[in-house]
Design a protein around this ligand. Structure first.
Ligand code: ARG
Length: 586
């Protein structure tokens, strides 16, 4: 459906033309001075030059035509030549009714691409840390937004399962338990089904082996050798690797589940390996790749580069593959399996140069068609209050589960006086904690760094997740009471009585169509946050200023219950796009 700006602009176009001016000057925006008017058109100022006429004269002529439009309460020329517009109460209501009737509340789901979105990016065997939090939270939201916009979207977790971490674990396992059958070179039977370690074993083994390898070069060499042997499919090592994946993936699923993050695809770096040999052959035979100091590379620098972009390395001098090689092979794989129009990567922005190399290489070598878009959505760092990357009090990297627990504990403590039974309290605290974490992240422009401030994020007031949930819970409870009293207004009983608070609320609701469109176009969940925050604020002001349930005027009561229902729908849609859900009580 048309957005409110489109509708007004259509009227402006007619008026500019009728007054003899080019329609290109008929542009409209939300007012910079909401105290004076709701919308403003500065087109007369722009047209003055072409028509060699004072802007106020042009504006006057246009205003004359506009004053006939029923949708407008007031249309005014303000010197030097602004056109200020305020909508009628009836029009605002009719726009809200149109949104209500629309399945998508006025959003035009007219994007139509097949998209793969690469996010999450956890590494098996290594605990998921806060560095992966942003990818999961932002990626999930962008995926939901892109789906809502009408696209066919597949989220791929793209697990890191093919690197040195596996070689380190194998090496350490061999040192501790050399008797395990996996290390018996002469063994030809079936390997055991059950893993010789649990997730908590892995959580201890990996950091230990990683630390040890840093101090002991010969140990690191062993781990590198084990990694290479795994990659060339040594039976016993493959069996260990499979165990590692089983154990870690089960654990990762639990954590992503807790975060309300889910993936259509659980692909791994190892899945792309089978595409490497042909890809390398092709790059060589087509003359794209050449040997440089023993390594196989593709030059990706361009004349217009301001800084040097190093070549993209495909194979190391010992023939080993790299992170690059896997990402390129994954592009080949995705193209073969899904034939997407667009691939989006939600990754730490510190990897931007790396992705620039990969994308250029993919384009240059034509492993990806020109019709396929590759988007790098780099996000900034989550910092602590000291402005440095977020750490625990003792300076270590805080584990994600621990972070969620700390926030949940804090929320539970705040709610301890609410007299809720244990189950209700737990459900509410889980949802509020998640809202605090996710909203705290998503309300910032993703590319920027932000400060993780647990006190601010968990506050029930201000621009926070809990505040939005609080507003939702308030409306839900109002509607429950209304239903209990059997006050169930029909859709026709939605009216607008024109108070300032109703008008502000209806106006901020009317921003939804355009807000959503730009959030999707710019991959910007923060725009959804801004919208639901403004809507919540306006609802709460309205709620304080109007008697709803204990109103003797039946017409007002019913109209405002309908208005509350409408706002609830918008808020619920907004939080769902952020990957947040609301409790029944809080
Ligand atoms: N596993 C990587 C890491 O932990 C992130 C993967 C990002 N996606 C990709 N296609 N490279 O940094």
């Amino acid at each position: 459906m048309n957005s409110i700006l489109n509708e007004i602009e259509n009227e402006l176009v007619k008026a500019f033309k009728a007054a003899g001016y080019d329609e290109k000057y008929a542009f409209i925006k939300w007012s910079d001075r909401p105290d004076l008017c709701q919308f403003q058109c500065n087109g007369a100022l722009a047209a003055a030059k072409e028509y060699k006429k004072a802007p106020f004269m042009i504006a006057d002529e246009v205003v004359e035509k506009l004053s006939l439009v029923a949708a407008f309460k007031t249309v005014e020329m303000v010197k030097p030549g602004f056109i200020n517009i305020t909508l009628s109460d009836e029009y605002l209501l009719s726009h809200a009714l149109k949104m209500c009737k629309d399945e998508k509340l006025g959003v035009n789901a007219d994007e139509n691409e097949k998209i793969i979105i690469d996010y999450g990016g956890a590494n098996v065997a290594k605990p998921l840390h806060v560095g992966h939090l942003r990818s999961a939270v932002i990626g999930e939201s962008i995926k939901r937004i892109k789906k809502y916009a009408g696209n066919d979207v597949t989220g791929d977790v793209h697990l890191g399962d093919w690197g040195l971490q596996i070689g380190l674990i194998i090496t350490e396992l061999k040192a501790r338990k050399p008797e395990l059958v996996y290390f018996d070179e002469s063994f030809e039977g079936e390997y055991p089904e059950e893993a010789p370690f649990t997730m908590s074993d892995l959580e201890e083994i990996y950091p230990y082996a990683n630390g040890y390898s840093k101090e002991h070069p010969e140990y690191k060499e062993q781990a590198q050798k084990a990694t290479a042997e795994l990659q060339s499919k040594k039976r016993g090592y493959l069996a260990i690797w499979k165990h590692i994946i089983e154990v870690s993936v089960a654990d990762l699923k639990k954590i992503y589940d807790k975060l309300n993050v889910s993936f259509e695809l659980w692909k791994k770096e190892s899945d792309a390996q089978e595409y490497i040999p042909d890809m390398v052959e092709y790059m060589k035979s087509e003359g794209y790749a050449h040997i440089d100091q023993g390594a196989l590379v593709v030059d990706v620098s361009e004349e217009t580069d301001k800084k040097e972009i190093p070549p993209c390395m495909i194979l190391k001098s010992d023939g080993a593959t790299l992170y690059n090689t896997t990402d390129l092979a994954t592009i080949v794989e995705r193209r073969k399996l899904f034939d997407p129009d667009r691939i989006m990567y939600v990754v730490d922005k510190r990897q931007s140069l790396y992705f620039e190399q990969v994308f250029r290489c993919a384009r240059k070598t034509k492993i990806i068609g020109d019709n396929v878009e590759l988007d790098f959505l780099g996000f900034g760092t989550m910092n602590g209050k000291d402005g440095k990357p977020f750490k625990t009090r003792d300076g270590g990297v805080l584990r994600l589960e621990q972070l969620i627990k700390e926030v949940t504990d804090k929320v539970t403590e705040k709610m301890s006086d609410r007299g809720m039974d244990e189950e209700t309290l737990k459900d509410a605290a889980d949802k509020i904690a998640l809202a605090a974490i996710k909203y705290g992240d998503l309300s910032n422009q993703a590319s920027k760094d932000y400060v993780f401030d647990i006190d601010r994020f968990t506050s029930f007031e201000g621009n926070t997740g809990p505040y939005i949930l609080y507003t939702i819970v308030r409306i839900k409870s109002l509607l429950r009471k209304a239903a209990a009293e059997n006050v169930l207004p029909s859709d026709e009983e939605f009216k607008n009585f024109g108070s300032k608070e109703e008008t502000d609320l209806l106006l901020s609701a009317a921003k939804w169509t355009d807000t959503f469109a730009s959030a999707s176009k710019e991959n910007a969940p923060y725009k959804i946050c801004q919208f639901i925050y403004e809507l919540s604020e306006n609802y709460n002001v309205f709620y304080h200023e109007h008697k709803i349930l204990n109103n003797d005027n039946e017409e007002e009561k019913k109209a405002w219950i309908n208005l509350s229902k409408f706002i609830l729908k918008l808020l619920n849609t907004g939080i769902d796009l952020l990957g947040i859900s609301a409790p029944e009580q809080m």
